[in-house]
Every structure is written in C-alpha cells, then in structure tokens.
Design a binder for this molecule. Structure first.
Ligand code: PEP
Length: 249
C-alpha cells in the first residue's frame, strides 16, 4: 500500500514573516491522526526561517528547484548540498513554470533530478502537457519524452527514491482541474510505462496530481487508484485550504 503525500508549492510568494505564519498555522492544524505525509516548498530565501520552525515536526521541507551542479560558477543556482544543509528532503524539478517560462529542457531537468538523487534529496519530477498537446492527442508522447529523459539519465531504479507529479499545464493556476478520469488515465499510463521496466518500482512509486487541486475536489482525485496525493500551488498558500486537502489524502 502506497502512502499518500501532499506537498505545497508556495512558488514566489510571501515574505519571511508570511511564510513563517503560514507554516505555524499549518502545523497547528495538522494534528496527529494524519494518514498522509506532508511537505512544503517555500521560496529559497525563506528556507532557513521555515526549517527552524519545522524542527521536531514530521512535515518535509522541500525546495522549488535544485542545481544540476555541485558548486562553482553557476550564478543563480542552489545546489543539493546547500539545500541539505537547511534540512531539505524534497526538491521539485521540471515544474512547468521552469520548463515553459525559463526554457528548461528535459535534458536539464534530468540533470537536476540526477543531482538530487545523487545527494539523497527526493526529487518531485513534474511532467505534463499543455492544452494544445492534449487537444491534438499528444499527451502521452509529451510526458513519455519528459519521463524518458530522466530514465535515460538516472535509470529506472532511481524512481525508488523519487516522486512523480503529473501536472497538466492547462490545469495549473487556472481553476480548471483535470477530471478524476482524465487524471487517473494518465497516472495509470505513467505507472504502466515504468512497470515495463521494473514492476516493483512502479508499484511503490508515488504519483501525485497537481493542477487546481482545491478542498472541494481533492478527495475525489485522491480516491483514484493511481493518484497518491497532490502537489498543491494556489491552495497551499491558505492554511485552511491546504489543511483540508491534507486531511482528504
Ligand atoms: C503547481 O504550481 O504545481 C500547481 C499545481 O498550482 P495550482 O495548484 O495553483 O494549480
């Protein structure tokens, strides 16, 4: 039985004070009887603040990206080793905002993913199609290519220490969620594709759904057999909404 995981991606929002207050509210509301794991990914510069507040809690700390290099002349990048110093356990890689707005290729995403694995951070590999690709029935070609880049670089065994997030780009921040059937179809496809290479890895792999998950649609999405939790953007910035989503998992 796979454990579910709900991760908040705070993106570039808030301030040190707001991140701290948001985390305090989340910690107060989580309670002991939670059946899922929970993670938060604040902006890089809020990591020290949030890491301090998380001491002694089981909530996982994550980053929103990770460098494909360990150190040196890579202006603007933050390495896995640096993130680990702040207690990060998770690292989002390949978020569609990185791929589309900042032009990160699947090869670069795979190199970032490989660095996370090498240093014991759990990469949350985001894959997903844009609307035009879905409408022209290329969803599986697109996510297949995004997945293959990682498999060819880091191998299928690496997925035993990773998480995948299926995030249809047309559903991110748009209020337009994939239907439970649409999401389940893709999640099942991802798991089957990995099962062809390693059935144990596929069976144990957590595949999260991301894209306008809200308190009122989370339970239905999370009840699908291949959806193991969510990567939550907008709704993770409101402690009450995020807590309701966590309690649905
Ligand atoms: C995201 O940014 O990963 C995301 C899923 O955002 P939202 O929940 O706002 O659609």
């Amino acid at each position: 039985m796979r454990r579910s995981l709900v991760v908040g991606n705070w993106k570039m929002n808030g301030s040190r004070e707001k991140s701290r207050a948001l985390l305090d509210d989340i910690l107060k509301g989580l309670g002991q009887d939670l059946k899922s794991d929970v993670g938060v990914c604040p902006p890089f510069v809020h990591l020290p603040e949030v890491a301090l507040a998380l001491q002694g809690s089981s909530v996982l700390l994550g980053s929103q990206n990770v460098a494909d290099q360990d150190e040196g002349a890579f202006t603007g990048e933050i390495s896995a080793l640096m993130l680990k110093e702040f207690g990060c356990r998770l690292a989002i890689v390949g978020h569609s905002e990185r791929r589309i707005i900042y032009g990160e290729s699947s090869a670069l995403v795979a190199a970032r993913y490989a660095k996370a694995i090498e240093h014991g951070l759990i990469p949350i590999l985001c894959i997903g199609e844009i609307l035009e690709e879905r409408e022209s029935e290329r969803t599986f070609d697109v996510i297949g290519e995004q997945l293959d880049a990682v498999l060819n670089t880091a191998g299928v065994a690496s997925l035993a220490k990773a998480v995948i997030a299926y995030e249809p780009v047309w559903a991110i921040g748009t209020g337009r969620t994939a239907s439970t059937e649409q999401a389940q179809e893709v999640h099942c496809w991802i798991r089957s594709r990995i099962a062809r290479l390693d059935s144990d890895v596929a069976e144990n792999l957590q595949v999260l759904y991301g894209g306008s998950v809200k308190p009122d649609n989370a339970a239905a999405l999370f009840s699908m057999p291949d959806i193991d939790g969510g990567l939550i953007g907008g709704a993770s910035l409101d402690a009450n909404s995020f807590l309701k989503i966590c309690h649905s998992a």
